[in-house]
Ligand binder design. Structure first.
Ligand code: AGP
Length: 607
């Protein structure tokens, strides 16, 4: 995720900005830049790669000044290049800005701005600088407000103007911004970590707020230019906590990120009126899409469980036979692949060696090869002929959480796009999209049960074995829940389709062998209920995941976690969250290194 640092005050800005960027490195980035007002004009430097490259470039340059912006970029639109690094300027070079987020309608705005504007980058962010330029008539705050009124998307934004050396504008919509208060000076950051060395007094901007800052004061308004009262907070976090925005671990922060990044994953990628998804990045003509007779989903670990959910979605929504292959097995089993096969490589990091090798094999055999990845510009993103970025933001905890749900959302949109050029009706497409729009809010409802799930997890902390059961589209959710438990608590766990227990595994059940069963209201509810009755008859403790309002669930178990209802094909987006929280809290109770579990790497770049 990008990082912003800005300063307006009486100290030399450069060291504050560069040190501030270093505090934001944890967010993940691929380039960096800085701009400082020096003798009435902005001097800037940008570099690809680490901040050290930027610092080296700055050695010897006289970027003296007390008013400046710095940025670390995590590419979303446009490749990893110096030109695409922020800050960006307008045509005059008098307006500069740094931006976090996605300007969804940047193409339309760029078209409207017309050929009179010259651009130095491929980014959506630079368009915003030119939009402010056309609205600027001497009042920078008003120009920013008018420009933001035209924008659809998300932003954490800082804007400066060389003719206003005592004015900095900051605005927030969906990407956090924090203002640190000093003595006749202000610090701005994507979180509090860049300013903690100078001040603990901060103001957190909220969505829809624009604040005008001078060395003497700050004044905040909403998007209608009406004053908003803000209160100063004294934060007690240390730097590490600030990077986790107050959460004790990156993993918990990323579990709680899911409603926000889910909205990012689907934003601008569907049309409700037509009940369709439109994923331009798939880079397939209608004729090519119609030629696809089989889909193969290739991945590892958590991504392979997202792929299993994708199988249900493609077959149910698009009516296309779909297989899932663990990448490390795919190329050694003589796969039947041809020019009518669409192969997706699914990967958070986009660097997993097994997945990359499998995709190369599929390409050699003439398949359509596409990626569903999180890291823009990653090897898999570059090696495939298109695909879908999942927009989950950097996932720093080794155990995946938000990447899983965003991968599933991306697969859903792909299945919908194929389904609607085949048999899927307008009504079903609209019903699906209406239900999808409600998912972020329903995720929030589940996250509010975190403390309850914590108590439940602690109750089971002495268990040494677990089963996770699910049926249909929830079986992959059981697999993911079981992997989470193994990865971060080091407790043995297995996942089975509910109907499979009686074919052997049930021999293991005992009062010391709990079973976590997903029994949400769907077409397999009654079947799952009978499987759980088989478990109950062996006196194994049962933890149930049930749908709100299912008052019969308590006949089977005392420990029940309720989730909101949704369409069956969307259930994995909700049902996985209690399993993530259960494993997280159990790992914390056991004193595990939750963010860096033993033996694991975030990206397995060896076969
Ligand atoms: C997820 O919790 C694991 N850390 C691991 O299974 C991971 O999903 C797998 O290594 C694939 O990684 P990728 O998504 O980056 O390709």
């Amino acid at each position: 995720m990008c990082g912003i640092v800005a300063y307006i005050g009486n100290k030399n800005a450069l060291p504050i900005l560069i040190n501030g960027l270093r505090r934001l490195e944890y967010r993940g980035y691929d380039s960096a830049g800085v701009a400082i007002l020096n003798n009435g004009e902005f001097l800037s430097a940008k570099s690809v790669g680490k901040i050290d490259n930027l610092a080296t470039k700055l050695n010897g340059q006289d970027l003296a000044g007390t008013y400046g912006i710095a940025h670390t970029r995590w590419a979303t639109h446009g490749g990893v290049t110096e030109a695409n690094a922020h800050p960006h300027a307008d045509c005059t070079g008098k307006i500069i800005l740094a931006h976090n987020g996605i300007i969804e309608n940047y193409r339309e705005l760029k078209e409207e701005l017309g050929a009179s504007h010259t651009y130095k980058s491929e980014t959506d962010s630079e368009v915003l600088a030119h939009l402010i330029e056309i609205y600027y008539k001497g009042d920078l705050r008003k120009a920013v407000l008018e420009a933001l009124a035209r924008v659809r998307g998300t932003y954490g934004l800082v804007v400066m103007h060389s003719d206003h050396p005592n004015t900095l504008i900051a605005a927030r919509m969906g990407s956090p911004l924090v203002v640190g208060i000093g003595d006749n000076e202000f610090y701005i950051g994507s979180d509090a970590s860049p300013m903690l060395a100078y001040t603990k007094k901060v103001i957190f901007l909220d969505d829809g707020e624009v604040t005008e800052i001078s060395r003497e004061q700050m004044n905040t308004v909403n998007l209608k230019d009406i004053n908003v009262a803000k209160h100063v907070e004294e934060i007690e976090w240390d730097e590490a906590q600030a990077q986790k925005q107050g959460f004790p671990h990156f993993m918990l922060k990323e579990i709680f990120d899911q409603p926000t990044v889910m909205a990012d994953a689907i934003r601008g990628r569907y049309n409700l009126a037509d009940g369709i998804a439109h994923l331009g990045g798939l880079n397939m003509s209608l004729e090519q899409m119609h030629s696809v007779k089989r889909v193969v989903l290739i991945a590892c670990g958590t991504a392979s469980y997202a792929a299993l959910v994708g199988k249900y979605m493609f077959e149910r929504l698009a009516g296309i036979p779909t297989e899932v292959d663990v990448a490390s097995e795919f190329r050694y089993r003589d796969p039947i692949i041809d020019s009518q096969t669409l192969v997706f490589g699914i990967s958070q990091s986009g660097e997993t060696a097994d997945t990359l090798a499998a995709l190369k094999e599929a390409k050699r055999k003439g398949a359509f090869v596409r990626g569903i990845v999180n890291v823009v510009g990653s090897t898999i993103a570059r090696e495939t002929d298109g695909g879908v970025y999942i927009h989950a933001g950097p996932e720093l905890a080794v155990a995946s959480s938000k990447a899983f749900t965003n991968m599933v959302a991306a697969l859903l949109l792909c299945a919908l796009q194929f389904g609607r050029i085949n048999k899927l009706t307008l009504a079903t497409g609209q019903r699906l999209l209406n239900a999808l729009q409600e998912i972020p809010e329903k995720m929030q409802i589940i996250l509010q049960q975190s403390d309850k799930i914590k108590e439940l997890a602690e109750k089971y902390q002495n268990c040494r074995d677990f089963f996770f059961l699910g049926r249909g589209i929830n079986f992959p959710v059981a697999l993911e829940g079981s992997l989470k438990l193994k990865e971060i608590t080091y407790i043995h766990s297995e996942a089975y389709p509910g109907g499979e227990m009686k074919h052997g595994p049930i021999a293991l059940l005992s009062p010391q062998f709990p079973v976590f069963a997903i029994m949400t209201k769907n077409q397999l509810y009654d079947k799952m209920r009978s499987n759980i009755e088989e478990v109950k008859a062996r006196h194994a403790p049962i933890i149930l995941l049930a749908t709100e309002g299912d008052d019969k669930a308590s006949e089977l178990a005392q420990d029940i976690i309720y989730v909101p209802p949704t369409m069956e094909v969307l259930e994995p987006l909700l049902n996985v969250i209690p399993l993530q929280l259960f494993s997280y809290h159990l790992a914390v109770a056991l004193g595990r290194d939750v963010d860096r579990p033993r033996n694991l790497a975030k990206s397995v770049t060896v076969e």
